[in-house]
Design a protein around this ligand. Sequence first.
Ligand code: NAI
Ligand code: MG
Length: 334
Amino acid sequence: STRRITVIPGDGIGPSIIESAIAIMDKAGCGFEYDFANAGLAALESDGSLLPEKSLQLIEQNGIALKGPLTTPVGTGFTSINVSMRKHFDLYANLRPVRSFVGTKARYEDVDIITVRENTEGMYSGVGQKRSEDGTSAEAMSVITRDGAERIVKFAYELARREGRKKVTAVHKANIMKSTSGLFLEVAREIAKQYPDIESEEMIVDAACMNLVMYPERFDVMVTTNLFGDILSDLCAGLVGGLGMAPGANIGERAAIFEAVHGSAPDIAGQDIANPTSVILASIQMLEYLGMEDKAANILNAVKDVIASGDRTTRDLGGTAGTKEFTQAILDRL
Ligand code: NAI
Ligand code: MG
């Protein structure tokens, strides 16, 4: 039977880059049917809710979604829609791969790193947020559970094994945050023993930042807690040419949502200049997740060729083409 994918075009540049990804998957012969769902500002306008129940149902039903960036309105009373979705489906693993592409303006040529970020706990758990009445102090709680740490570290090692990767680096700050990061590191050490075939390494987060910038080729899979993973994965995006090159998958037991790491880029929306590569790379992650490695490889090679040849790429990549022209170049390659 035909595989159905829930598609959330999103806000700002979202609809245009999602359109690119779909055209490319179709051209590559993926044979998907799509169920379109609304979320974000678009949904607030059409349905009166940032995250309509029927959109959640469509994700639940297909178990898989490709999602454009969403604008969360600034102001009180709006929790981030992305955080809400991660919580709703317990999407505990956030996978953010970056790799060097020939032909970008990146400073490095041999980067191939996957950040595996815990997506539900830590500093982003949203627990215990308060401000003192006189406004002079504020606090929030960071919660790490043994179960939460175990499942993300295992996820990272299983991924490493499946993809034939050599090393997993656990990134932490256990020397200072002794309770929370301490528990994470303790669990990482325990799990590491179960994977003697894979090299295990541990690194304090500040040292990791320096080493990533100086020696990015030394990294392979990184596993870490929520806040560190958020920051480190943007750093990694910077190693390979910026946000236009960085996809992310949010994976749980019941559902998986694939997206670009960047936001809705309202400053360039509607101008046909956005780089669709992040969302295309997210669709490649989705194909790999679905076991369609051959299609994933075909699309990846086409994207690589177009970026390497350099004449029909978007401005952030150093070219002069628009979103549509760049997409057409990839379609032509396919
Ligand atoms: P942003 O990622 O949208 O933009 C940052 C800068 O990068 C802008 O100058 C933008 O033009 C550029 N940029 C981003 N994607 C690009 C692309 N594909 N091609 C070329 N240039 C690109 O971050 P910003 O401006 O802080 O946030 C805008 C909105 O996006 C906010 O409402 C925010 O809440 C939302 N957002 C949503 C995310 C999601 O749905 N996953 C993630 C991050 C932000
Ligand atoms: Mg982020």
